[in-house]
Design a protein around this ligand. Structure first.
Ligand code: IPE
Ligand code: IPE
Ligand code: MG
Length: 245
């Protein structure tokens, strides 16, 4: 809180990776081909962020609402995360990437949970890029879970409810210890948050592009960063130029 970044390169970029299905449909392919291509795009973007000097990258890859998709698609998305961690973890680690997966663990297979634990513990001391994957993630669920934990502590006498403020609440979220996203990018022409980082995104700059996620490359990321650099983030205050008038 109050620590939002004001420099020109966003410290923390978050991406709602959307449009895999439409990308595939536009090619007369199955939706799963879009998800496969989406993983390729993700691989490239992780590298690009690391090269560009971005410190934190969060990607939204499976929402709590996505369970409602056809069973085949859901299980394909589960297997994609599994295969991604299995095939890329060693490279991510050697490139100094710290991996964290945020979202609810219930509903995920034991195998995926073990892989996530392995990825997080293996890379825990890396500090080139903090890469956070939001998987089985929902902003409302995250807030409700945090509220429930605080309420339990208040009820058992270990927390004075009077002390609950924004900082205490932030520390209870899955993103604890991480700065809020400076820039949230959503691909595929949709301009909504779809339950992503509802608390953390309160003062994020939002950038929407029509490009489908599998087509999103470094140039698009650079365009988003340029857009970000041109914005003046006021955080509810008056413009710096108005202040000196
Ligand atoms: C984003 O692409 C990936 C997930 C939500 C898992 P979509 O699968 O939502 O693709 P569209 O929006 O249907 O094109
Ligand atoms: C948001 O995309 C979730 C992810 C990108 C993982 P959706 O495709 O699920 O969102 P809606 O349904 O268009 O709002
Ligand atoms: Mg979508």
């Amino acid at each position: 809180m109050g620590s939002e970044n004001t420099s020109k390169l966003p410290t923390h970029i978050a991406i709602i990776m959307d449009g895999n299905g439409r990308w595939a449909q536009a090619r007369g392919q199955e939706r799963r081909e879009g998800h496969r291509a989406g993983v390729e795009a993700l691989r490239r973007i992780v590298k690009d962020c690391s090269d560009l000097g971005v410190h934190y990258l969060t990607v939204f890859s499976f929402s709590t609402e996505n369970w409602g998709r056809p069973r085949d698609e859901v299980s394909f998305l589960m297997s994609l995360l599994e295969r991604y961690i299995e095939s890329d973890l060693a490279d991510l680690h050697s490139e100094g990437v710290r991996v964290r997966v945020i979202g609810r663990r219930n509903g995920l297979s034991d195998k995926i949970c073990r892989l996530i634990d392995r990825a997080e513990s293996l890379t825990a001391n890396n500090n080139r890029l903090f890469f956070q994957i939001a998987f089985n993630y929902g902003g409302r669920e995250e807030l409700a879970d945090a509220a429930a934990r605080l309420a339990r502590r208040a009820a058992n006498g270990t927390l004075d409810p009077e002390l609950i403020n924004g900082d205490v609440f932030s520390a209870e979220l899955l993103t604890a210890g991480m700065p809020n996203p400076d820039l949230i990018i959503r691909t595929s022409g949709e301009s909504r948050l779809s339950n992503f980082m509802l608390w953390q995104g309160a003062y994020s700059e939002l950038y929407f592009t029509d490009v489908f996620w599998p087509d999103f490359v470094r140039e698009h990321m650079e365009a988003a960063i340029v857009h970000y650099a041109e914005r003046e983030r006021r955080f509810g205050l008056v413009s710096v130029s108005a202040e000196t008038d």
